[in-house]
Design a binder for this molecule. Structure first.
Ligand SMILES: *Cc1c(COP(=O)(O)O)cnc(C)c1O
Length: 230
């Protein structure tokens, strides 16, 4: 079953790349394995999948210990009291939204590990939402992350509201792409080259707008049980 799901998602990505005249290699698949058991993640690893996304720290840690050879991405809201564990155990975070969190991750990142890969989470829509930095503040946050030795500024991450239609999502993703191009002008070549956007339902739209990482959960691993029931 998981084999078929990975094949189907990979075919969707390939078709979306063809539709926008992009190479297949320009889009990476982040398999969102939150709430899913280690055995299923191992099965995906055996199929060649290397990058996995988790957003509940306590749920993720035993899986990371069980499969340290995979690349682990933290995709949830980052609370200050979780920065030490996140910086110690993960390879990437999507996304950082404040200087305070960036500073804490930088201080906690072990010296013997490569810099933690950072995507800035951008809040394009809802000013009251807890996660994401406002687009006007993205440049100064990017500059701050550039000054953190144990962090590497990888890209931007965005998530349209669930209520958005596919065409509204397309506009949202285009705005994120525009912001990326804007921010890159003030940054060294190669910095902020990635765009983490698109999930199970809207990955085609995100790829058409320039996504380089799609974060896909339910289309690969099946429906999730709500967090409360874990
Ligand atoms: C759960 C989650 C996903 C995956 O969502 P699906 O709709 O299951 O593909 C992607 N990104 C983030 C930040 C998530 O929390």
């Amino acid at each position: 079953m998981i084999n078929d799901n990975f094949q189907a998602v990979n075919e969707r990505i390939t078709a979306a790349c063809e539709d926008s005249q992009r190479t297949r290699a320009s889009v990476a698949l982040l398999a969102v394995s939150k709430t899913k058991p280690l055995e299923l993640i191992r099965a995906a690893y055996a199929l060649g999948q290397r990058d996995f996304g988790e957003n509940y720290l306590q749920d993720a840690l035993p899986k990371i210990v069980g499969l340290p050879e995979a690349n682990w991405h933290f995709i949830g809201h980052i609370q200050s009291n979780k920065t030490r564990d996140i910086a110690t155990h993960f390879d990437f975070v999507h996304g950082v939204a404040s200087e305070k969190i960036a500073t804490r991750l930088n201080a906690a990142r072990p010296d013997h590990k490569p810099p933690l890969g950072v995507f800035l989470q951008i809040n394009l829509v809802d000013e009251t939402a807890k996660s994401g930095v406002a687009p006007e503040q993205a440049a100064s946050l990017a500059a701050h992350v550039m000054g953190c030795e144990q962090l590497s500024l990888i890209g931007l991450m965005g998530m349209p509201p669930a209520a958005f239609s596919l065409s509204e999502r397309g506009q949202f993703f285009d705005q994120l792409k525009t912001l990326q191009l804007d921010l890159k002008k003030a940054l060294p070549t190669g910095v902020l080259s990635e765009l983490s956007m698109g999930m199970s339902e809207d990955l085609e739209v995100a790829i058409a707008s320039g996504a380089t990482w799609v974060r896909v959960g339910s289309a690969l691993f099946g429906r999730r049980i709500p967090k409360e029931k874990l």
